[in-house]
Design a binder for this molecule. Structure first.
Ligand SMILES: Nc1ncnc2c1ncn2[C@@H]1O[C@H](COP(=O)(O)OP(=O)(O)O)[C@@H](O)[C@H]1O
Ligand SMILES: [Mg+2]
Length: 216
């Protein structure tokens, strides 16, 4: 059964400035949501809180499987992931970077090889498996960062402006990958400034204004 995210009146302030102010939304499993809003409107803060990397001051982030609420523990945390606008990579091969998320989940060696190879093919980095990841171009680095997040097939993926710093070719590859992911009944929540991108990904548009979310 798919994991479902429910945001219940979350608020967050930094140094007395309210960023999120009673934000609420019920995300449907298997859909893609594009989060839009001006710079500083709180999109990244919202995504970090949803991905359980930061706590709200008030309100709750809840995950459900059917009617059963899932505790914020490692089994849940392994089903969600956040990709940042500029992902970091380890000082190791492209292949090892792609395989990392599978290794820490205790997946068997042959399955790791197969899954990492498959995802690298999807982001068009199969020919660079042996190359040190730190020598990739910025577009390739971002493709690898997304591959690394998707390789373990999270149920919900949060993407914070994943194509802000990449060229058109990498953008196309990344969007294709996101679309494939969505075809598998996973939930995608992507912050973007690009309304055309939101359309290409066939997403529901959520606007962040004055600390609240509104479905457009
Ligand atoms: N860790 C933090 N400490 C202090 N202020 C922060 C922190 N994170 C975000 N902010 C502030 O919160 C506001 C919203 O930021 P952010 O969530 O990054 O917006 P967006 O992603 O929509 O551009 C900004 O004014 C930013 O300076
Ligand atoms: Mg941001």
């Amino acid at each position: 059964m798919s994991l479902r995210l429910s945001i219940d009146r979350i608020s967050k302030s930094y140094d007395g400035n309210a960023v999120l102010d009673g934000c609420r939304f019920e995300f449907e499993a298997g859909k893609t949501y594009a989060l839009i809003g001006s710079n500083g409107s709180g999109k990244s803060t919202f995504l970090r809180i949803c991905a359980l990397l930061e706590q709200p001051d008030k309100g709750a982030v809840r995950f459900f499987c059917g009617d059963a609420e899932q505790p914020h523990e490692i089994p849940l945390k392994r089903k969600i992931t956040l990709v940042l606008p500029k992902t970091g990579v380890f000082n190791s091969s492209v292949f090892n970077n792609a395989a990392y998320g599978l290794k820490i989940r205790g997946i068997a060696g042959n399955e790791i090889k197969e899954k990492a190879a498959r995802i690298l093919k999807l982001v068009k980095l199969a020919g660079k498996s042996a190359q040190n990841a730190q020598t990739l171009s910025s577009g390739e680095t971002q493709r690898l960062g997304i591959a690394r997040a998707m390789v373990f097939e999270p149920e919900i993926i949060f993407l914070d402006e994943p194509t802000a710093f990449v060229d058109a070719e990498s953008k196309g590859i990344i969007e294709e990958l996101i679309s494939k992911f969505k075809d598998r009944q996973r939930t995608v929540i992507i912050a973007t400034h690009d309304l055309h991108q939101a359309e290409r990904l066939d997403s529901q548009i959520l606007s962040m204004t004055e600390g609240r979310l509104k479905l457009l």
